[in-house]
Design a protein around this ligand. Structure first.
Ligand code: F6P
Length: 364
C-alpha cells in the first residue's frame, strides 16, 4: 500500500537506542516512501492529548548517538486504564482509549509504530484490536521480551554494568571488601548474568534462582580461605531470597504506575552478609545509569534495522505484528503471540551452566 503518513511513539522506561529507531523509521519512510512522519509525544499520553511533532530528516539528523527519546516517554498513562491522583489521595482509573483512537484517526495515520516493552506492546495490541494499524518495535534493557533474540538497550546496559564491575574490582581488591552491585532486572536476570560473567563477578544473583545467604557467605569465606579476601557480587533488583519476596520501594509514582518500584535487595544482602562475616561489605546501586547515555554500536544497528524494517512491513500492510530479531534477520511476529509472556533466563541454560562451571556461585 502507499504510505502517506505514519506515526511513532515511544512508551515505557527509556533506554539507549530509542532515537536510533526514531531515525530509522523517519529516514526509511521519507526516503523510501515520501511519507509524512509524525512523532507522538510522551508515549500514549500524546495520543490522548494530541501532542505531536513533525519528524523530518533534519529533525532526526543528530540523534543516532543520543540516549533517551526525543519524543519523551512514560510508564504511566495506559489509555485503557488511565490512573489519576484525586485530591483526596485516592486513585481513579478511566478508559481514554476512544479519545486516543480519535487522535489516531484525526492524524490520518496509515500506521502507528509503537516502540516499547511488554506493557507498551500489549497496549499497542489492544489498539490494533480496536482497528488501528499498529506495528510494534521491541525495547527494554531487561531483554525479557519473548520472540526476539535481543531487545535494543540491553547490550548498552550490559556494557555499563560491566564497566561498573571493573571499577568495583579495584576497590574490592585494594580494601579487601565485599562489593555488591545491584542492577535492574524485574523478572529476568539477563543484565546481571551477562555483565556478571563479563565483569568477573564471583557471585551472581538473578530473579530466576532464589538465593540462600548461607551459600553466598560460604563462597565469600572459601575465597578468603583461598587467599582472596574480597568478593564481587552482582544482584538483580528482582532477586528473591529462598521462601521470600522481592524488595520494593513505596513511592507516589508507584501508585500511579500501578507497578511496584523495585530496589533494595543489594543493601539487604549487605546487611545480612555483614552479620555473618568479618569483612567490610559495600553496596552500589547502578539504577538509571544503565538506561541512559549513548547506545553501543550493537544497539544503534539493531534499533536502526528494527525501525527501517517496521516501515517496510507497514508498506506491505503487515499490521498487528512486532518486528523482531531472529539472527541474522529481522522477522515479523504477531502481537497476539506475545500476550503477557516474559522471557526469563532458563535455569538449565548453558549460560548458567557456564557460570557455575567456572566457579561463579549463583547463590544456591
Ligand atoms: O523495564 C525496564 C526497567 O528498567 C526495569 O528493569 C526496572 O525495574 C524499571 O524499568 C524501572 O522503572 P522506573 O524508571 O519507572 O523506576
Amino acid at each position: 500500500m502507499a504510505l502517506k503518513k505514519v506515526g511513532i511513539l515511544t512508551g515505557g522506561g527509556d533506554c539507549s537506542g530509542l532515537n536510533a529507531v526514531i531515525r530509522g523509521v523517519t529516514r526509511t519512510a521519507i526516503i523510501g516512501y515520501k511519507a509524512e512522519v509524525v512523532g507522538i509525544e510522551g508515549g500514549f499520553e500524546g495520543l490522548i492529548s494530541g501532542q505531536t511533532q513533525e519528524l523530518s530528516i533534519r529533525a532526526t539528523r543528530d540523534i543516532l548517538t543520543l540516549g533517551g527519546t526525543i519524543l519523551g516517554t512514560t510508564n504511566k498513562g495506559n489509555p485503557f486504564e488511565y490512573r489519576e491522583l484525586r485530591p483526596d489521595g485516592s486513585i481513579s482509573v478511566s478508559d481514554y482509549s476512544d479519545r486516543a483512537m480519535e487522535t489516531y484517526k484525526r492524524l490520518g495515520l496509515d500506521c502507528l509504530f509503537v516502540v516499547g516493552g511488554e506493557g507498551t506492546l500489549e497496549i499497542g495490541y489492544k489498539f490494533a484490536k480496536k482497528g488501528a494499524h499498529v506495528i510494534g518495535i521491541p525495547k527494554t534493557i531487561d531483554n525479557d521480551l519473548d520472540k526476539t533474540d535481543y531487545t535494543f538497550g540491553f547490550q548498552t546496559a550490559v556494557e555499563v554494568a560491566c564497566d561498573a564491575l571493573d571499577r568495583l574490582h579495584t576497590t574490592g581488591k585494594s580494601h579487601q571488601r565485599v562489593m555488591i552491585l545491584e542492577v535492574m532486572g524485574r523478572t529476568a536476570g539477563w543484565i546481571s548474568m551477562e555483565s556478571g560473567i563479563a565483569g568477573g563477578a564471583h557471585i551472581i544473583i538473578i530473579p530466576e534462582i532464589p538465593y540462600n545467604i548461607d551459600r553466598i557467605v560460604e563462597k565469600i569465606k572459601a575465597r578468603a580461605k583461598g587467599g582472596s579476601p574480597y568478593s564481587i557480587i552482582m544482584v538483580a533488583e528482582g532477586a528473591k531470597e529462598e521462601g521470600g519476596d522481592v524488595i520494593t520501594q513505596a513511592t507516589a509514582s508507584t501508585r500511579l504506575q500501578g507497578v511496584p518500584q523495585l530496589g533494595g535487595v543489594g543493601s539487604y544482602l549487605a546487611e545480612e552478609i555483614k552479620k555473618r562475616i568479618d569483612l567490610e561489605v559495600r553496596c552500589t546501586v547502578l539504577g538509571h545509569i544503565q538506561r541512559g547515555g549513548s547506545p553501543c554500536a550493537f544497539d544503534r544497528v539493531l534499533g536502526t534495522r528494527l525501525g527501517s524494517h517496521a516501515v517496510r512491513a507497514a508498506a506491505e500492510g503487515n499490521f498487528g505484528n512486532m518486528v523482531a530479531l531472529k539472527m541474522p534477520d529481522i522477522v515479523l511476529v504477531p502481537l497476539a503471540d506475545l500476550a503477557g509472556k516474559v522471557r526469563v533466563v532458563p535455569v538449565d541454560s548453558q549460560l548458567i551452566q557456564c557460570a557455575e562451571a567456572i566457579g561463579i556461585s549463583m547463590g544456591r
